[in-house]
Design a protein around this ligand. Sequence first.
Ligand code: HEM
Length: 439
Amino acid sequence: MDLRRLRDTPRSFASWTLAHGVQRALIGRGARKGDLIARMVMDPSLREDPFGAYEELRSRGLISANDLISASVDHAVCNEVLRSDAFGTAGGQGELPKPLQWLHHKVIDPDALGPVDPPSMLAVDPPLHTRYRKQVARAFTARKVGRMGDRVGEVAAGLLDELAGSGEFDLVDRYASQLPVTVIADLLGVPEDDRGRLLALGNEAAITLDPGLSWRQFRQAEDALRELHTWFRAHVERITANPGDDLISHLTQLEGPDRLDQVELHQVGLLVLAAGFETTVNLISNAVELLDRHPDQLRWLQENPDGWGNAVDEVLRHQSPVQLTLRIALRETEVAGKTFAPGHGILLYVGGANRDPAVFEDPARFDVTRANADQHLAFSAGVHYCLGASLARLEAAVALRALYERFPDLHVSGPAERRPTRVLRGYERLPVRTVRFSA
Ligand code: HEM
């Protein structure tokens, strides 16, 4: 029996109660009464296809609200809130009353902090956020990402070589997940042997982005997070003894006011690692599934390979790999005629904003030649705008072009399995075949 796990159970339970249990009880009650926002957060059937619910919410106005929280699928509202300094992330726990937030920070185990627990960049506001972001941004300048193009191409070619002759395989397992994990591992100096285990742990921990987890889901994800932190501690020791020119070496060598303490280093490093491979995998697999349903557009791209960049933006718009995020009013403020009291939260469904007919003509239609596809909010906006956006775009365009050049007849060959996550939208399994059999 794992004694540490047993000893940590009361603390874990308190942490779950405050972070998810209270929410789960309140939202669950609303969902059972048919409240639309509560159903969008909890109803499992809306995970598979949330788009009807988005349209219902849109028909009710720019911003809707229940007793607990507001929500919007409006492009202008989402854009305004994300860019506004009157809203923040409020430590990832903004929807809890202040005393419960304080208690949560007291009970949470620093060895099991997740991607939206402070001091993760995703959960802190300026000026702390600015201090972390400045350091990480150095790894993602346009020049540095531009130089990664050849390496991404090399990784894609290597993976495709391994797949030659496979006939049928799971696209997620053998390609869409492997390419981003290899690229981010290079960037963070992660040894090749560790990558498979990190992928599995990242997958198990990804659900912590979702609100209202069950105790069982939380416990499983927490185990994965603890193992990730243990791995990261050893990785930092390895890198400190033998620094290279990777991002973690840079972060461990900071001095003076920029220096990160151990918890900060873990939260910043693990976020970049997980964000690097937990999102682009969805973009690549969502693209293959969409193109399979639109063979005429795939053919057009095969004849017009310069179109891959725009096609990637259209996939990001149509099937956004991150569907929603949360912001909390930091002071009294007004958006679209609605007054927000300090502490009031708003769920920003960027996946719905990306289907806003005021911005995108016939928004449910998938069109790789759409002229304004890049106006989507799939990478957020404002101070938290995705740091890896250009890398993700590059990876997806290179990965898709190389995949269909190598296997022009690639098609989905069996039932796809969706990931169990709500914030992240993508596939757990996508069986594909490389050749067509004619009768
Ligand atoms: C398709 C791929 C990706 C999508 C859809 C995506 C989406 C997002 C979104 C929506 C946010 C902001 C969340 C919010 O505003 O609350 C974000 C932040 C972030 N992303 Fe990405 N991301 C992707 C790929 C990547 C990659 C490849 C990396 C790194 C290599 C990365 C690193 C980050 C980091 C570090 C942040 C935090 C930025 C901050 O808080 O200042 N992302 N991403």
